[in-house]
Design a protein around this ligand. Structure first.
Ligand SMILES: Cc1cc2nc3c(=O)[nH]c(=O)nc-3n(C[C@H](O)[C@H](O)[C@H](O)COP(=O)(O)O)c2cc1C
Length: 365
């Protein structure tokens, strides 16, 4: 029997109604001291028919922030804000993980509140969205980051662990560590960002240490069944060049991650500066990794069905289609037309209020 989009899936102790996940998407609408906007209660609630919602990246600390208005999970007020979201999603029968985020070097001191930190003091090539200094917001150059001391590393791991505990307190079904897109955890894996000469740099084993220790810490704090990770071996985000060793390192990492029995392993593909993922890689991963696998990146219903039918993955995640189709699952089920992604109105992706956020209609509306 081939797996379909609408088959349930056991993920640790929770059962997902279907295999369709909502991919994590930053929407930059936080209020006050980086508290999730009350509008998010409606936004995530509208999308609760997804098998699993993964929230927008949620900074685990002040210095972990790389964009203005991203809702955190490190203060009491932020936890309270998220509680309203998880309550609503659960009330509607959905399941929700929060994405735990530390941007590392992809930031600026005007956002991070201090010099951003990274494995090594190497500036990132891209720009980030933050204060322009004239009261307005726009794209600003990243700062040269501070190379993390061993104490910074331990403190950051503690921040991930505390954020995971906060997430459970806020009612989340689990957490997804953001180990993709050139942010802190990913940057430890890559030689072009990590040139450390201590036990966190150099060999593949050393470059994986930060990720594996962080995963282990979070697993010990909240349980493997509530812990997941997103990685993006084929994406060089914020970097012109692909690290020649990152695929090999990622395969070793995946082999090591297998021992934890995480809720899922999530691959982000097909965005930014990416390389195509070959079937070969998927079969290799399937053979070495024995727990649920999720893939995201410009999927269509047909591509997603094919990935499931070939048994390359257990879950498929959709990002932008979920912005414009709150009832994406029902539309797929009934073969209803999708509301296309509004690229012309891209401005509402990040920032603003209800427009482009909670005002997309279901097919039946
Ligand atoms: C507006 C927007 C915000 C995003 N924010 C995040 C994020 O916070 N964390 C993350 O891992 N990926 C983020 N992504 C990437 C998505 O999770 C997803 O991988 C990507 O959009 C490709 O999937 P899609 O083609 O189905 O949209 C974002 C994408 C978009 C469009």
């Amino acid at each position: 029997m081939k797996t379909t989009l609408f088959d349930p899936l056991q993920l640790g102790k929770i059962t997902l109604d279907n295999r369709i996940a909502m991919a994590p998407m930053t929407r930059s609408r936080a209020v006050g001291d980086d508290v999730i906007t009350p509008l998010a209660v409606e936004y995530y609630g509208q999308r609760a028919s997804a098998g699993l919602i993964i929230t927008e990246g949620s900074p685990i600390s002040k210095v972990g922030r790389g964009y203005s208005f991203t809702p955190g999970i490190y203060t009491k007020e932020q936890i309270e804000g998220w509680k309203a979201v998880t309550d609503e999603v659960h009330r509607k029968g959905g399941k929700i993980f929060i994405q735990l985020w530390h941007v590392g070097r992809r930031s600026h001191s005007a956002i991070a509140g201090e010099q951003p930190m990274a494995p090594s003091a190497i500036k990132e090539a891209d720009k980030v969205w933050g204060p322009l200094g004239n009261g307005e917001y726009g794209m600003i150059e990243t700062d040269v980051p501070k190379a993390m001391t061993l104490e910074d590393i331990k403190n950051t791991q503690q921040d991930f662990i505390q954020a995971a505990k906060n997430a459970i307190e806020a009612g989340f079904d689990g957490v997804e560590l953001h180990g993709a897109h050139g942010y802190l955890l990913d940057s430890f894996l890559r030689e072009n960002a990590n040139q450390r000469t201590d036990e966190y740099g150099g060999s593949a084993e050393n470059r994986m240490r930060m990720v594996l220790e962080t995963v282990e810490g979070v697993v010990n704090a909240i349980g493997a069944d509530k812990t997941a990770i997103r990685i993006s071996p084929f994406v060089a985000e914020g970097s012109a060049e692909h690290d020649p060793k990152v695929i090999e390192t990622s395969l070793e990492l995946i082999k090591k991650l297998d021992q934890f029995g995480l809720a899922y392993l999530h691959f982000s593909e097909n965005i930014s500066n990416y390389q195509e993922v070959k079937d070969d890689f998927r079969t290799q991963v399937r053979a070495m990794y024995h727990h649920p696998i999720m893939v995201a990146g410009k999927l269509t219903k047909e591509i997603a069905e094919d990935l499931l039918a070939k048994d390359y993955v257990d879950l498929v995640a959709f990002g932008q289609p979920f912005i414009t189709n709150p009832d994406l699952v029902e539309r797929f089920k009934n073969n209803w037309e999708l509301t296309p992604v509004d690229y012309a109105n891209h401005a509402t992706f990040y920032g603003g209020g209800a427009e482009g956020y909670t005002d997309y209609k279901t097919y039946q509306q």
